[in-house]
Design a protein around this ligand. Structure first.
Ligand SMILES: [Zn+2]
Length: 106
C-alpha cells in the first residue's frame, strides 16, 4: 500500500481509492471500480446463462482480486463462447480494462 491513489494502470488517476464496506481500501477509485464492475457484470451475466455459473452476477464484487480473476478468466477463455447471436462474437475485454486488471495485483 504505497499510495492512497487509484491504481488504475492505463491512465494516471489521482482520485482517492474507494473504501470497502469493511473499511479497507480498494485498489481503484470509485469511478474505476464502477467501471470494472460494469464490465464484469456484463460478461458474467452472459456467461452464467451458458454455464449456470455463480450467483455472482447479482452482486457487486467487493474484492478487487476476485474481480480481476473473474475478468482475466473471461479474457483468457480458450475459445470464444457463442451466445444467442451466432454472427456476433462475444465482446472481448478491451485492452484498457485488461491493463487495469493486470495492474491490480502489483
Ligand atoms: Zn481511478
Amino acid at each position: 500500500m504505497s499510495s492512497l491513489h487509484c491504481k488504475y494502470a492505463y491512465k494516471q488517476c489521482s482520485a482517492p481509492r474507494a473504501i470497502k464496506r469493511n473499511g479497507n481500501l480498494h485498489n481503484l477509485c470509485a469511478y474505476h471500480r464502477q467501471r470494472a464492475n460494469a464490465v464484469q457484470k456484463k460478461h458474467i451475466s452472459k456467461r452464467s446463462r451458458m454455464l449456470m455459473a455463480s450467483p455472482m452476477s447479482e452482486q457487486v464484487i467487493e474484492d478487487d482480486e476476485l474481480l480481476a480473476n473473474v475478468l482475466i478468466e473471461l479474457a483468457c477463455a480458450p475459445e470464444p463462447i457463442r451466445f444467442d447471436t451466432p454472427n456476433q462474437v462475444s465482446p472481448a475485454i478491451d485492452s484498457e480494462t485488461l491493463t487495469l486488471l493486470l495492474g491490480l495485483g502489483a
